[in-house]
Design a protein around this ligand. Sequence first.
Ligand code: R5P
Length: 293
Amino acid sequence: MKVISGPASKALAEKISVLTGYPNVPVASKIFPDGESYVRLEGSVQGETVAVVQTTCPPMQDGRLFQLAFMADAAKRAGASKVTAVVPYLAYARQDKMFLSGEGISVETIARMLKAAGIDELITVNVHSEPTLKQFPFPAKTLSAIPLLAEYFVQKGHKGAFALSPDKGAMYIAEQAQEVLDGGAGHLDKVRDRYTGQTRQTAEGLNVKDQTVIILDDIISTGGTIVGAAKILREQGAKHVFCACVHGLLIGDAEKHILDAGVEEIVGTDSVPGSVSKVSLAPLISKELKAQK
Ligand code: R5P
C-alpha cells in the first residue's frame, strides 16, 4: 500500500506513512487564478493499493472534495488497483436526511461523486451519523477518536473527570470517554429549530457540583453548543470545565466565545489542523490501514 498526501492533510498523511511503513506519495497542488483546483501525484502508484488522505473541513470544503476526487482519478489513471479515501472530516455529513421538503441529501450526493471519481472504499472518523454510511455506493467505515481524546485528559491528570455529551443523540461519545476517564457520564438535551438553526439546551437530572467535567462532541462549529453547555455546568457549580471534539471547525470567534464561557481548554484532533488540534489521528488510522492489508 502507498499513502497519498492530500493537500489538506499533508502532515497527517506523513505521520501515517511513518507509523505504517507504507511509502508516502507527495502531491503537488495549486489553485488557478479563477479558483479551480489542480493536483498531480509525484510518485508511482502503478499496481498499488493506495490510501488518499484528505480531510474536507473548512475553509474550502468544496475545493477539498474536488481535490480528493481528482487525486482518486489520477491514482486510477496511473494504475492504482484500489483507492481508499481516508477523509477524517467528511464535509456535508450533517445533511444526511431531508429535514425539510425540497431539500436533498448532500452527503449521499458527495458519496456518488466520489465513487464516479474512482474511490473504492472510504474511512472517516466520528461521522455525524453512522447509518448514513450504509447508503454509500462503496464500503464506508467510521473510526472513533474519542478514546484518544479521553486519554489526552488522563495524561493531563484528569482521570476521574465526568464525561458530558451536549446532546442525548451523542451519548455514545460520553460513554466511550467514560471508559477511559472512569468518572461517570451523562448528557444534556438539545432541541434545534430547523428553520432558524437556534438550539435550546436543558440538563434534566444532571448534578456536577464540584466536579471536573469534560464536554465532548463530534464537531464544534460556531461553538454555540459548547458555550450553552458550559453555562449550565458553571451554574451547577462544576469545579473545572474542559471541552474536546474530534472536528474543531471553530468558525469565526468560536474559540474565544468558548474560553470566555469559562472552558479552561479546548482539545481537538488533526482532522482539522489548527490551534486546538492537539491529538493526532495517525495511530488510529494507521491501525485500521494495517488491519485492512
Ligand atoms: C450537531 O448535532 C453536532 O453534534 C454538534 O453539536 C454541532 O455541530 C455543534 O455546532 P455548534 O458548535 O455550531 O453549536
